[in-house]
Design a protein around this ligand. Structure first.
Ligand SMILES: [Zn+2]
Length: 352
């Protein structure tokens, strides 16, 4: 057995033949745990790191290609995920999740999204000949809904409510129909964890990684990837992880800074890509922050607007508000004591 799935809630274990991303006993979130792996993959780009992924039958579709470029600020590097196939880092997770759905024989996948993930799922589903059923908040960005429709095959269902409402609706629908539930679950996390490998192999010795937090899958995925790299002996210590949320929706920042549990927040921000009131991987994000001497930063919509403008002026990069959150956080914390050494800010999302 190459890997098993463990329930983060009740501890139940499943082998890799288990064709679901939710615990059959308690419906909790599963986590991929590897059995007997010792080798550290080497390379520069996504598929170079396939041996760090759950064993599977993956088609090597184009994914990622996100450059790391120096910024105007000495020491700050930008990881440009908006150069991915559908414009966001979601592709790293979708290409794995959809491959798993295909491997398990599903013809349909269900996904709740604020927009970017749905577009990405629809894109890779089409390549695999799978139909995507997308649940999206009726408040979602209209340009994103247009992008999802442009993939032609996706079935779009509007949900009257926020992302968490769409999430519950999608999960119920997948159970009722017997479809594969995709989204912020274990296989997506494994795909998105590869960003840790990309960063550390392309920019060894990086001290800080600033990560936008919505559902916290990317954050907890990067944290998992870094822990694996340390276990393989490839890095000596983990870089400091910095989480950034919009001030109008900052459940992880609030919990970390007040040393309390995560409480639901009604999203009040224009940064729709990171407007998640109760993050699925919030607890894992808190663990990542605590164990890397991390920092949690909330940025206002006004600060996001300014950063968006600055990034365009300096680099000609057009990104959405949620996509520039890491850059906005850097602007806010640069010069603080302890923030030294190379810093990578993850920039995502091309919708404006
Ligand atoms: Zn469970």
């Amino acid at each position: 057995m190459d890997y098993k799935l463990e329930c983060l809630q009740c501890g139940a274990e499943y082998d890799s033949a288990y064709a679901s991303q939710a615990c059959a006993r308690c419906n909790g979130i599963l986590e991929v745990a590897y059995v007997g792996r010792i080798a550290m993959p080497n390379g520069r780009s996504f598929w170079d790191f396939e041996s760090a992924l759950p064993k599977g039958t993956y088609r090597h579709y184009a994914v990622g290609g996100a450059d790391i470029v120096a910024s105007e600020d000495a020491g700050l590097f930008l990881k440009l995920e908006l150069r991915s196939q559908t414009g966001s880092f979601k592709d790293l997770g979708s290409v794995i999740e959809v491959a798993k759905a295909y491997e398990y024989g599903y013809k349909d996948v269900v996904c709740a999204s604020t927009g970017n993930m749905a577009y990405s799922i629809a894109y890779y589903s089409k390549l695999y000949g799978i139909r995507a059923h997308i649940f999206i908040s009726s408040n979602a960005n209209k340009d994103k809904i247009r992008d999802i429709k442009s993939t032609n095959d996706a079935v779009i269902k509007m949900v009257d409510g926020d992302f968490n409402k769409a999430l519950d609706t999608a999960a119920l629908y997948s159970r009722k129909k017997g479809f594969f539930l995709s989204g912020d679950y274990c296989y997506r996390k494994e795909g998105q964890k590869i960003m840790a490998y990309e960063i550390m192999q392309n920019l060894p010795g990086v001290s800080n990684i600033i990560i936008p937090v919505g559902n916290a899958t990317l954050f907890s995925g990067i944290y998992k990837g870094l822990k694996e790299m340390k276990a393989y002996g490839c890095i000596k210590k983990l870089p400091r992880l910095i989480a950034v949320e919009a001030k109008g929706c900052s459940p992880v920042v609030d919990a970390f800074n007040s040393k309390s549990g995560i409480k639901y927040r009604i999203p009040k921000t224009k940064a729709d890509a990171i407007a998640v009131g109760f993050p699925t991987f919030g607890m894992q994000a808190l663990e990542g922050l605590n164990s890397t001497r991390g920092i949690a930063v909330a940025v206002t919509d006004n600060e996001l607007e300014k950063s968006k403008e600055k990034l365009y002026k300096e680099k000609g990069i057009i990104a959405e508000l949620g996509g520039v959150a890491s850059f906005a956080a850097y602007e806010k914390i640069k010069g603080q004591s302890g923030i030294n050494g190379a810093t990578v800010a993850i920039i995502s999302g091309g919708n404006i």
